[in-house]
Design a protein around this ligand. Structure first.
Ligand SMILES: *Cc1c(COP(=O)(O)O)cnc(C)c1O
Length: 399
């Protein structure tokens, strides 16, 4: 066998091993736009409980119209990175509007939140500095930190005593700048970071605080501004990263928001910004409309909150093992990867689209179904979903 053939054989062997371990992820084909109900490629209508479409804006006619309008007025794409010839008025407008919405001074757009996190730490921190991060932070934060030369400290998930310990260690090690970084909301559990306490601890140790708001921007807090609003520290976060690909419209694009000088330095040095294309004008136009909608009324986040309370209560009454909380992410614990897949499969047959999550997306032995609520669901639809959960749960002896 040539060495190239040996390589392809080893790739196939690895795929087989993934399948045998029950860890293979299949992608379902959706034949409609994103929504509360979608049709799969085999023509079945299913209730969608696994999109990050928290506010139902990904098919909102007002957002679509704004995107169409931007397409007409600003073109399909810029064929450029921002600093060469990829910046239009709408890009600057969106950055200013996001800063206002998030309570910061300025914002820089990226092609994705993954890029925002990937280009953050390396740009801002050097070998003399320390980054202290939650053990369960999102993969993009972990990768972003890996790219930087800063010393790395990790505190046990949501364990603020350990955060103190790690901050004290970073100080003892002589760190110049210290940056604590955490998901605002942890996507696999729906856990909401205790930012008020974390802010106080950071202040004690003279540390900066950064948060990733991908599962929070648009609906957490009374005005939907995010976890910082929900935890009473709006305006007190040093760095916020987030996505336009979830609650804020669902297309794609990400951002980093914070102090003016931080954003200015990112524009000069952040590699995913310097070397990757501009966010498409249609997405920028749609995102501006999203902010108009969210600043004018809290109706959507209020509806999301009601749906979440309804569904959490319903699952609890049925006897499912759900992680407590009030976030629209509702993890239904199954623990075993194959059983989680079986539950998802049975629910799909019953007309409910959910996905099993298992290693490496969550730790081994922690497999689950992650249900996500949306403002686009109505109570009757959610009740039908609960009925399907009741049937599948009994069949698989989970309840
Ligand atoms: C989804 C997500 C990202 C990535 O967002 P994209 O814009 O899709 O790249 C980053 N961080 C967290 C916490 C996320 O949930």
């Amino acid at each position: 066998m040539s060495s190239a053939e040996a390589f392809y054989a080893s790739v196939r062997a690895e795929l087989d091993a993934i399948r045998e371990a029950g860890l293979y992820k299949s992608e379902r084909i959706i034949a409609t736009p994103q929504g509360a109900v979608v049709r799969t490629a085999d023509q079945r209508e299913v209730i969608n409980l696994c999109a990050n479409n928290y506010l139902g804006l990904s098919s909102d006619p007002r957002v679509l119209e704004a995107a169409h309008e931007a397409l007409r007025t600003h073109g399909y794409g810029m064929s450029s990175v921002r600093f060469i010839c990829g910046t239009q008025d709408v890009h600057k407008e969106l950055e200013a509007r996001l800063a206002r919405f998030l309570g910061t001074e300025d914002t820089i757009l990226y092609g994705s939140a993954f890029d925002a996190n990937g280009g953050l730490f390396e740009t801002l921190l050097g070998a003399e500095d320390a980054v202290i991060s939650d053990a369960l932070n999102h993969a993009s934060i972990i990768d972003g930190i890996r790219l930087s030369k800063a010393r790395r400290y990790r505190y046990d998930h949501n364990d603020l005593d350990d955060l103190r310990t790690q901050l004290a260690q970073a100080a003892a090690d002589g760190a110049r700048h210290k940056l604590v970084f955490t998901d605002g909301v942890f996507s696999m559990d729906g856990t909401v970071a205790r930012l008020d306490e974390i802010r106080a601890i950071c202040d004690e140790y003279g540390a900066l605080l950064g948060i990733d708001e991908c599962h929070a921007s648009g609906f957490m807090g009374a005005r939907g501004r995010g976890t910082h609003e929900a935890r009473g520290v709006f305006g007190k976060i040093d760095i916020i990263t987030g996505t336009l690909g979830k609650a804020l419209g669902g297309a794609s694009g990400g951002f980093t928001s914070g102090r003016r000088e931080v954003v200015e330095l990112l524009r000069q040095r952040s590699r995913p910004y310097l070397f990757s294309n501009t966010v498409a004008p249609a997405i920028v136009g749609g995102s501006l409309k999203v902010l108009d909608i969210l600043e004018a009324s809290t109706e959507l986040r209020d509806r999301l909150e009601r749906n979440t309370a309804f569904f959490r209560a319903g699952l609890g009454k049925l006897g499912f093992d759900i992680k407590p909380g009030d976030h629209p992410i509702i993890p239904i614990m199954v623990y075993d990867a194959e059983r989680a897949q079986a539950l998802a499969q049975r629910l799909l047959e019953l007309g409910v689209y959910v996905v099993g999550f298992f290693f490496p997306v969550v730790p081994r032995g922690q497999a689950r179904i992650r249900v996500q609520m949306s403002a686009s669901h109505d109570e009757a639809t959610l009740q039908r979903a609960l009925d399907a959960f009741a049937q599948a749960g009994r069949e698989l002896e989970l309840i």
